[in-house]
Design a protein around this ligand. Structure first.
Ligand code: B1M
Length: 213
């Protein structure tokens, strides 16, 4: 079995120590960090997601897999971000109200920080008012919303409305993402930008901050 498959398998069974050791070995072997992330950690998490859907695994198994994922990501973090880049803007990020999934949001945050963007992390279960008030108080160029549930993605529309009501819609861009979110949904709610993954979210944020300055 390749080391990438081993990372995926051990993540699925929540073996934190083994995942850390394997990720470190893969790094030492010179395997591209994005390959370790995408083909090892994220692909293992996708298998868990399918099993979760089919009731083959339950919340505790998913949580230990998530812990193993985070442990692996921590080792990759310094390799995935660019060193010594200058701050290019300020954003606030959070998972929307009612939603506690934060792995994707944390990846987006990490990639944005790696591009020199200052990121204010509001955590999970964030209300539209908190997004908007933070953007006003901390002078953010972008509000970044993540949602993983079809039942919570509509909160992103509320964020757009809340920003309009507060009179900041022409000054602050709104970025959306997360597994159920699409470009069509982004257009429907009147948000400014949708990206499907963390790396392109970071690139898009740099562009939006640049055009705002
Ligand atoms: Co949840 N869960 N979960 N869960 N969970 C899903 C999302 C689900 C698809 C599983 C399934 O059924 N197959 C399903 C949602 C179904 C739906 O809505 N259609 C689901 C469900 C139903 C639930 C509960 C309701 C289960 C229950 O209690 N009965 C419950 C809800 C709790 C709540 O939020 N209120 C629940 C709970 C949990 C755990 C707590 C056990 C755990 C979360 C742990 C944590 O996050 N700390 C969990 C997990 C881990 C998952 C799965 C397995 C993995 C999610 C994940 O982290 N993926 C997930 C199945 C799946 O997605 N395959 C599932 C890896 C992560 C890197 O991907 O977040 O998509 P993702 O981020 C991607 C992109 O989407 C993008 O970048 C990342 C990659 O580069 N991205 C952005 C994300 N945010 C972005 C923002 C951007 C741009 C890009 O711009 C701002």
């Amino acid at each position: 079995m390749s080391i990438i498959n081993e990372i995926s398998e051990n993540l699925q069974t929540g073996k934190v120590k083994a995942v850390k050791e394997l990720v470190q070995t893969a790094i030492n072997d010179g395997i591209d960090p994005s390959t370790i992330l995408n083909d090892g950690l994220l692909s293992g998490m996708n298998v868990i997601g399918e099993k979760f859907k089919n009731n083959e695994v339950y919340v505790p198994e998913v949580l230990v897999a998530a812990r193993a994922m985070n442990a692996g990501v921590q080792l990759l973090k310094p390799l995935l971000i660019e060193e010594g880049v200058q701050a290019k803007g300020r954003v606030c990020i959070g998972t929307v109200q009612g939603d506690l999934h934060d792995i994707g949001k944390n990846l987006v945050k990490m990639m944005m920080e790696g591009k020199g963007i200052e990121v204010i992390d509001l955590g999970t279960d964030v209300s539209p008012e908190t997004f908007v008030n933070t953007a006003i108080e901390k002078d953010c160029q972008i509000i970044c919303c993540s949602a993983l549930l079809t039942t919570t993605m509509d909160v992103m529309g509320e964020v757009v409305k809340c920003a309009e009501k507060a009179g900041i819609r022409d000054k602050v861009k709104i970025m959306v993402g997360g597994a159920p979110v699409t470009q069509e949904f982004c257009d429907k709610i009147g948000a400014d930008c949708y990206t499907s993954d963390a790396a392109s979210a970071a690139d898009a944020a740099v562009e939006l901050c640049r055009s705002a300055s």
